[in-house]
Write a protein that binds this ligand. Structure first.
Ligand code: GLA
Length: 386
């Protein structure tokens, strides 16, 4: 974890609360290697936690107030009382992630007490790297560590964080982002079964670089398009008489798709084929079969572009530039919810500089900006830092 981030968190804490924090916790952002929009279809995803995250410094209070300072928002302060109804704040959207998690912890029957919190993060925002999940999980982890809430394991924490986002913030996301933020393992991606929440750690082979390329395309319409995709997937599952699209393979989908709207059929085909690609990609990664992994990433991108229609031209172009350099030694695809954001690429470490140079020379966002390129380690999930 970045030392200046820790310093910013501690300094905000000292300035506002004038004591030493009892603990500092962290929760990472994530990058999804493959398995897009499959999580809310009870399917499979293969994300890893990244070296960017959110830190929360925390101490108990003797009353039932929660005081939160946001180092990244001009040290704005949010104060609320655990014994009063906790409502949304329209003037400070960041505060709703904190409030939402507290509300869900309370609803879950956990014995919360007052706390002072200082928060700082370095996950690029609006990039599709789950800065909000990282904030939610970090806040939950802070209360868990501060109050020794041992019954709250990492999966339960992730579910409460997701519920906060669904019910309090009002975004209808799946479980992937919160789950990998809570349960990530250093040096590993996790193959998560989003129905059972079982997760199989898959080691990232030594010598393989995980590169994230931020296209700097401003993400528009993300929420409305996301919700439309969810509805289309649910409609397809209902039409095919299954609980979720996870329960179909391509053959069954084609058998049952008579009279299905052609757009909805393409949405369903993305999910059904993406689930299989994700299972295959986990095996390929485990065997260090980069050629097969790269082919699966390429197919995943094409399926997101043509069937699920969540990519944008600048992202497609960025994927083409990166793929052309990597060749058969890895792969690249858009990652996250879509309509902008980031590309993830896997390649031998020796190719990193060449890819950077090609992207610098050939890519500009619609606003004329260069892509931001990060090479990240697969990090551990949420926990106590100090
Ligand atoms: C967003 C959501 C996740 C997931 C991805 C797409 O990140 O928060 O739950 O649906 O989009 O894979």
């Amino acid at each position: 974890m970045n030392s200046s981030l820790l310093e910013r968190t501690l300094s905000a804490f000292r300035t506002h609360f004038d004591v030493v924090p009892h603990c500092v916790v962290q929760a990472p952002g994530r990058v999804n290697l493959i398995g897009e929009h499959t999580d809310y279809n009870d399917g499979f995803v293969l994300p890893c936690a990244i070296g960017f995250g959110t830190l929360v410094a925390a101490t108990r209070r003797s009353d039932n107030q929660v005081h939160v300072v946001a180092a990244d928002y001009d040290h704005q302060l949010d104060c609320f009382d655990l014994d009063q109804p906790i409502t949304q704040r329209s003037d400070a959207p960041w505060a709703n992630y904190v409030r939402g998690v507290v509300v869900m912890l309370l609803e879950h029957g956990l014995p919360l007490r007052g706390a002072n919190l200082a928060i700082a993060g370095d996950v690029p925002q609006g990039a599709g790297l789950s800065s909000s999940a990282s904030l939610e999980v970090a806040v939950g982890q802070a209360f868990k560590s501060l109050l020794s809430l041992d019954s709250l394991d990492a999966t339960a924490l992730a579910l409460l964080a997701q519920r906060a986002e669904n019910r309090f913030v009002g975004c209808n996301c799946g479980i992937m982002d919160q789950l990998i933020s809570a349960r990530g393992e250093s040096g590993h991606a996790l193959l998560i079964d989003c129905r059972t929440l079982d997760a199989r750690p898959v080691p990232i082979p030594a010598g393989l670089a995980v590169m994230i390329l931020h296209s700097r395309v401003r993400r528009g319409l993300v929420e409305s398009e996301y919700n439309t995709r969810r509805q289309q997937c649910e409609a397809a599952a209902q039409h095919c008489k299954v609980l979720a699209l996870r329960d179909l393979d391509l053959e069954l989908l084609l058998q049952r798709c008579a009279d299905l709207d052609p757009v909805v059929l393409r949405r369903a085909r993305h999910i059904v084929t993406e689930n299989q690609r994700t299972l295959d990609a986990a095996d390929a990664l485990e065997r260090s079969d980069l050629q097969h992994l790269g082919a699966l990433m390429e197919q995943s991108h094409a399926s997101m572009r043509d069937d699920f229609e969540i990519t944008v031209p600048a992202i497609d172009h960025l994927v083409d530039i990166v793929s052309a350099v990597i060749g058969a030694q890895g792969g690249a695809r858009m990652t996250g919810g879509g309509f902008g954001g980031c590309v993830v690429a896997l390649m031998p470490l020796a190719q990193v500089d060449t890819v950077r140079a090609a992207v610098h020379a050939q890519y500009r966002s619609p606003d004329g900006e260069h892509a931001l390129v990060y090479v990240t380690d697969a990090s551990a999930g949420a926990g106590i830092l100090a």
